[in-house]
Design a protein. Sequence first.
Lengths: 382, 248
Amino acid sequence: MLGIIIGVASVIVMLAIGQGSKKSIRDQMSSMGTNLIMVMPASQQRGGIMLGNSSSQNMTLPDIIAIEKDCSYLTAVSPEVRSSGQAVVGNSNWPTSVYGVNDKYFSIRKFTIKTGRSFSDKEVQTYAKVCLVGQTIIEKLFEGKTDPIGQTVRFKGIPLLIIGVLAEKGENGMGTDQDDLIIAPYTTVQKRILAITYIQSIYASAVSEEKNDAAIDQITTSLRKSHKLKDGVTDDFQVRSQAEMVQTFSSISDVLTILLGAIAGISLLVGGIGIMNIMYVSVTERTREIGLRLSVGGRANDIMMQFLVESILLSVIGGVIGITFGILMTYVAANLMNWPTVIMPAAVIMSFLVCSAIGIFFGWYPARKASNLNPIDALRYE
Amino acid sequence: MKKTIIEVKDLKKDFYVGDITVHALRGINLEIKEGEFVAIMGTSGSGKSTMLNVLGCLDKPTSGSYLLDGVSMGELSRNELAALRNEKLGFVFQSYNLLPRTSALENVELPLFYNSKVKPKERRERAIAALEAVGLADRMHHMPNQMSGGQQQRAAIARSLVNDPVVILADEATGNLDTRTSYEIMALLQDLNSKGKTIVFVTHEPDIAKFMTREVVFRDGLIIREDMVTGRHNAAELLKSLPVEDTV
């Protein structure tokens, strides 16, 4: 019974930890934006000549407006135009990129504004020379100074007033520093820095991770319509989501969960063998009782049922205690050690069923032995 | 003419121990009629226990026929034998064989538990009636370890009575009891016998056999003597003549 308790408890704890780590990986991924969808220009053909991806200038603001209107599975859409160059403050300078976006970009890419504010619609409309800066920029250009808000950073000769500071985000999965950036209104970057009218890429958030594929379909449909692409013509853009990456990581942690579950399953098996031992001892100890029951008219089946029911009860009670214990352990692991855990109802139900099965499986042999006893020998047994 | 309960003809039972064949019973002919109180006597190894096992449908004879209340047990299956034991036989053992940690009442109910024709309510009523018949009405809810040997044996007798068997088979039922308690048990059995119960009692004590109506003596697997008991003792009267013990 102790074996069953430990077995069931470990199954639940192991699976909870496995699921928890899966969830924590997912959470980390979603800090990069799990439901993030990126739209980039793709190669296109002009009179049989293939043009490179980045040379395309086919995405424009009306495309975005159309996407916002057509795509019900998106919560936020932002254009992105990007320029690399030296940022200068006083006599320090640092190579970085300026991202021209709208104010929804922060939520799409999961940037938090630590101090200051985002830019207003009016600032977007008037190509205002304002920006928000990442922690790396502050570190490199404002050594020591704590509050850069109100200061000006020059980028390609354009002075940008710092109105906000982004919270630290660290490196992403690929090792890129996500704090080394300047964010400005896309209109400002388009007109004042790059002098272009097109948009380099589009970032969007799907309503949920599950709706990623549906959202991608909607974007594709919308863009094909805006670009007036006929059926059979390949897309002149590509839509990607973070989901693929999440899936890869999820499958890794699935393997982990299966592994942990298998280890716990072995302890459950050992517990089952324990039950079989207990039942064996019980059959031996109660040989005289079995003899008596047989002599007063108990049939072999009656005896078998009695011992089977006992072993099932034993393992189910063990299972219930194990489940309670396992859930408790999971909470302890979650609270004391700060391990991410998720208790799966399926695991709880499964281990309960497995317990009953163990009761039948491992109880069957001793029960059969009991029922096959010769009543005379059983009565004489000392 | 009284009804014949047990009819055994040329019954043989062999045991095989390795290469050696032990002839435990070598051709027994025995007839027991309704209302008899038969003592089966003999030294150890005489075959009396084997005889009781066969009579109790716990063991099958090697050859010969055995009719119990008109049913031939030779061709019955294991389960049919169990049903036969359940309905027609009551066992009383030397060491009582009550279930531990189970009250007297539940112990007495046990045989009826294996009889699906008896409903739970009737089961309880019959168990109470059986316990009252053996004078244990006030010990109904006691566990076996809270009762004396005599009381435990009474509970065991109640258990053998509860299914209203055609015959009660007792195996050295007084073997573990002192003289006084033995007499009490014998008085109880004599009382049951006078009410018409057929009883077969295995014993090796000649003075216990004196309480019964007929003696059957076994030796080396054969019946060597079969007599009606003369000068039968009355246990109830003997009990009165015993010096009164200091009750603690």
